[in-house]
Design a protein around this ligand. Structure first.
Ligand SMILES: [Zn+2]
Ligand SMILES: [Zn+2]
Ligand SMILES: [Zn+2]
Length: 385
């Protein structure tokens, strides 16, 4: 990195008081790849310190990027799904992932906002049965009672059968306390593998207090916090939700917008006037839409940067779509940056037409490559730009 960045210490306390993702208003436009906000607007960076750095620290600071950061976190998850966690003691429902972007873990509204933006999909995760009198208390457990005397001292009994000798007895007659050395009470042979050697032909309950044997115990739910039972049928449902990232298209778009912003700052750091999503008239008089166009503030030099991501890799037709504006506008340098791979022949084509191809798996590496390139160019000119 060519400059150091100052990260303010208040980012953490900021995050605690911020209950909404501040950048959400802009999200729909960002994720539709529609960055009209920036169009034809020359963004001049006042402070040279407010520039490029590794995304980790940078993103944490920038509240407007929290949603993007959240999406990047979701991409690391199994099934790209945010699942709820429940604190049964406190009766709290929360999403730990939110703390990674500096939000409070129970700030569900910021997830719901991403649902309205079409980025996340809300799905039923589970239905919790809660106490009908204290529905805010999530903690309920199942209790078994003797149907005759209502005692809770109910034991579960099994019959075990030693497959080898056919001996059947109550499970309590088998001693499995020493897993290395268990023996059949009948044939005395050692039992090494319970799963394979023992069959469980029957199961029932017995009450320790009244000795009643029964197949079905009375099942009640117990409200743990307020210590009372309730009937399973009287319980209320609390629905919890998981949030699934809708599709990978979104993540690619979000990355692209992220890269664009960072590249813009980088160029400005090298004394370029840089624009995002700008229309440039070429020598032919035709107008071309360019993702990033930057012009040196002191020389005539200019640069075009194209950003393309293709799941199947960059191919020749992608290159052709860049060649037309490149040849017509004829900038000093042209870059194509991508997180996708490149197909056969693309590198040669790029070399032939003087297009710098930067293909890296993640955008931090892309940024540092672009920085290398621009910095070398800058020093060739003796820092005159
Ligand atoms: Zn209760
Ligand atoms: Zn009983
Ligand atoms: Zn036996």
């Amino acid at each position: 990195m060519f400059r150091k960045k100052i990260v303010s210490d208040d980012s953490k306390s900021d995050a605690k008081t911020n209950h909404k993702l501040s950048g959400l208003e802009n999200l729909s436009s960002i994720f539709r790849g529609n960055s009209n906000d920036f169009q034809n607007e020359l963004i001049i960076e006042d402070s040279p310190l407010e520039s490029i750095s590794l995304p980790d620290t940078d993103l944490q600071k920038s509240t407007s990027n929290r949603a993007v950061q959240l999406i990047q976190e979701v991409q690391k998850l199994n099934d790209r799904t945010i699942k709820p966690f429940i604190d049964y003691n406190e009766g709290r429902l929360f999403y730990p992932i939110l703390s990674k972007i500096g939000e409070t873990q129970d700030n569900i509204s910021c997830l719901d906002d991403l649902v309205s933006d079409g980025i996340l999909e809300k799905r039923v995760y589970e239905k919790l049965i809660v106490c009908p009198i204290h529905p805010d208390t999530f903690s309920s457990s199942m209790r078994l009672y003797c149907p005759k005397c209502h005692s809770m001292s109910v034991e579960k009994l099994n019959l075990f059968e030693h497959k080898k000798c056919g001996y059947i007895t109550e499970s309590s007659n088998f001693d499995f306390s020493n897993s290395e050395n268990s023996n059949c009470p009948s044939c005395k042979k050692s039992i090494k593998n319970f799963e394979k050697e023992i069959r469980v032909p029957a199961m029932w309950y017995q009450c320790d207090d009244c000795s009643e044997k029964f197949d079905n115990a009375v099942i009640k739910l117990h409200c743990r916090k307020h210590e009372h039972d309730f009937d399973t049928n009287s319980g209320q449902f609390v629905t919890t939700f998981s949030y699934k990232l809708k599709n990978s298209e979104i993540s690619i778009n979000s990355d692209t917008n992220q890269i664009k912003d960072e590249l813009l700052k980088l160029l400005e750091g090298f004394n370029f006037a840089a624009k995002l999503n700008v229309s440039i008239k070429g020598k032919s008089g035709n107008v071309h839409d360019i993702p990033i166009y930057a012009k040196s503030k002191t020389t005539d030099e200019s640069i075009l940067i194209f950003i393309k991501n293709q799941p199947g890799g960059i191919d020749q037709s992608d290159m052709n779509s860049i060649l037309v504006p490149k040849l017509d506008i004829d900038p000093t340098n042209t870059l194509l940056v991508t997180v996708s791979g490149t197909n056969d022949g693309v590198e040669n084509l790029a070399k032939h037409y003087g297009i710098q191809l930067i293909s890296e798996p993640d955008f931090t590496q892309i940024l540092s490559h672009v920085e290398e390139f621009v910095s070398e160019w800058y020093s060739k000119n003796g820092g005159k730009q």
